[in-house]
Design a protein around this ligand. Structure first.
Ligand SMILES: *Cc1c(COP(=O)(O)O)cnc(C)c1O
Length: 399
């Protein structure tokens, strides 16, 4: 079959980010993650050297100085279209005047994290797992960041993680079996610091599972060195959630970094945020999730954008998220379909939001539809059978 359109065809392929705007830089420098960090674009002048900005973007850059800093790695910057203010990469990373318009429903801490911190930097909302905010720095800053109140160092509030207190809390709380490292981006730590932190967590016997939430493989794929991969491999079972919103972000460099992680046994998931003008379209999302599978990344969550202050221009309606899931489920590989969730405003945690497939359900039957809209009926086990008790287990098989 022919590709549906030229755009689909181009997005389906992987393209290198290098050299782009950096024609004078050697491949050796480009591949050095510290060079990438040192050469981030952080100023209006830096942006305007390469891009034609709109007045709304220019005003946004000025605002960003007191809220969420501007920073873009050269690797990611190369994915921006020079003259197109509607560019899906640009909308994620270049400040916009709308960041200064705060509506009544928007909050500085939309998921109520600060009120769920038993010790500074540790969010304990769910019974068996915690979110550990280990740094306030990222390789680049997403304009819709749910933690913009503390990340980047530009705002007034500071992340005051106390590592000794956090480790002591985890040692005492034997119900915690899963620790999610996030921030900020934990992969900005040096190899030694990350190894030591993972080692401290691994020394706690009841912690079964560790994962890292990171956008470094996307913003800064050069950081995923063989040395880093070897460290991660020592601390298995260790999963990683990356954050890709648009298929163009999966460059050849990113694909290769993800392959290195997968080759070291790190199971990879992706968390996307539904963003207006970025990925609020079925064709973009379908192309993204299929391209993720080619990179051995399993789409995990699709988030409704949190009610972060100044995010209205980036938020898409919930109906759009449901429509996208409906257009994926059954129409493409089941592994490619993420769970669409809303992180309940104020701190209720992630709540799944699904298209409606079930029309009717009582003790006798379920009436439902499939992905094509065909209606089916599933009869429940008859009352006479159900009322006979099932044979009892002598022991509970919990281990
Ligand atoms: C998202 C999140 C987790 C992890 O949730 P999973 O559904 O297990 O991925 C844990 N704690 C907090 C506070 C979170 O926001």
């Amino acid at each position: 079959m022919e590709a549906e359109s030229t755009v689909d065809h181009i997005e389906a392929g992987f393209r290198p980010s290098f050299p782009g705007f950096w024609k004078d830089v050697s491949p050796a420098e480009w591949s050095d993650w510290k060079w990438q960090l040192r050469n981030r674009i952080t100023t209006l002048e830096g942006l305007e050297k390469h891009l034609v900005l709109t007045p709304e973007e220019r005003a946004g850059v000025i605002l960003s100085g007191t809220k969420l800093a501007l920073a873009v790695t050269p690797h990611y910057f190369n994915l921006i279209e020079r003259d197109n203010p509607g560019c899906p990469i640009r909308r994620q990373i270049i400040p916009y005047v709308g960041e200064g318009s705060v509506s009544a429903a928007e909050m500085a801490d939309p998921c109520g994290e600060d009120s769920h911190m038993p010790v500074p930097g540790l969010v304990h909302r769910y019974p068996d797992r915690v979110l550990f905010l280990v740094t306030d720095r990222c390789a680049a800053y997403c304009r819709y960041c749910t933690r913009s109140r503390v990340v980047s160092g530009a705002g007034e509030q500071e992340l005051e993680t106390d590592f000794d207190q956090a480790i002591a809390y985890l040692e005492q709380h034997t119900e915690v079996r899963d620790v999610l490292l996030s921030g900020g981006d934990p992969l900005l730590f040096s190899d030694e610091k990350l190894d030591a932190l993972l080692g401290r967590l691994r020394a706690i016997p009841h912690i079964e599972f560790v994962r890292i939430g990171t956008r470094v493989p996307i913003f800064l794929p050069q950081r995923i060195t063989p040395e880093l991969c070897a460290i991660l491999k020592k601390h298995h079972p260790l999963f990683m959630s990356v954050h890709v919103n648009h298929p163009r972000e999966l460059t050849t460099e990113v694909r290769d970094a993800l392959a290195r992680l997968a080759d070291h046994g790190v199971p990879l998931g992706n968390q996307s945020v539904l963003l207006r003008g970025v990925n609020d379209s079925l064709s973009v999302m379908k192309s993204l999730v299929q391209k993720l599978l080619r990179c051995r990344v399993r789409p995990y969550y699709l988030y409704q954008c949190d009610l972060i202050q100044g995010s209205a221009h980036l938020r898409a309606p919930v109906a759009k998220g449901i429509e996208i899931i409906e257009g994926l489920r059954g129409h493409t590989t089941g592994y490619a379909v993420p769970q669409y969730v809303i992180d309940a405003p104020g701190g209720g945690g992630k709540v799944p939001v699904n298209p409606g497939y079930v029309f009717f359900h009582d003790r006798e039957k379920v009436v439902f539809r499939n992905f094509e809209g065909k209606v089916f009926e599933y009869p429940e086990v008859e009352e006479s059978v159900r009322s006979t008790p099932a044979p009892l287990h002598e022991e509970a098989f919990t281990s």
